[in-house]
Design a protein around this ligand. Structure first.
Ligand code: FES
Ligand code: FES
Length: 156
């Protein structure tokens, strides 16, 4: 079957097996490898992307289920090759160690900041509760999201 969807602003039409996941389409077909293969059971959040602005785990979504919709991956958050404020804050706060969870964390945090530009720490922890990190202890990730919220607020 043929699937047509927008990814990071570009329109793609691809042949797809009916059971191809969105994660497999992004990584294996479109070669957008920022989105990670993790648990494949919806538990780790490493594969989180935005679909029409809402965060979803792409390992549990079939490609055909996003027909005609707008998908944003971590690659789509950076503009003109420059890191966006969340990505830069993860770097400056040392919020990534192995980095495996980082794309999903950033995508989930982006969804939060779009909905709540000045979230509390508790709101950040709640928004990222579906994203697991085995390295950082989470505090630096929270600091990074708070810093990005502050820098976006200052720039607005
Ligand atoms: S790989 Fe999708 S939630 Fe873990
Ligand atoms: S930085 Fe390694 S899993 Fe989060």
């Amino acid at each position: 079957m043929r699937v047509e969807l927008s990814v990071n602003g570009d329109l793609y039409r691809r042949e797809s097996e009916p059971d191809l996941t969105l994660l497999a389409l992004l990584r294996d077909v479109l070669e957008l490898t920022g989105t990670k293969w993790g648990c494949l059971t919806g538990d780790c959040g490493a594969c989180t992307v935005l679909v029409d602005g809402e965060p979803i785990v792409s390992c549990l979504q079939l490609a055909r289920q996003v027909e005609g919709r707008e998908v944003t991956t971590v690659e789509g958050l950076a503009g003109n090759g420059a890191l966006d404020s969340l990505q830069a804050a993860f770097v400056s706060n040392g919020a990534a160690q192995c980095g495996f969870c980082t794309p999903g964390m950033i995508v989930s945090a982006e969804a939060l900041l779009r909905a709540r530009p000045s979230p509390s720490e508790a709101e950040i922890r709640e928004a990222l509760s579906g994203n697991l990190c085995r390295c950082t202890g989470y505090n630096k990730i929270i600091d990074a999201v708070l810093e990005a919220a502050g820098s976006r607020g200052a720039a607005a």
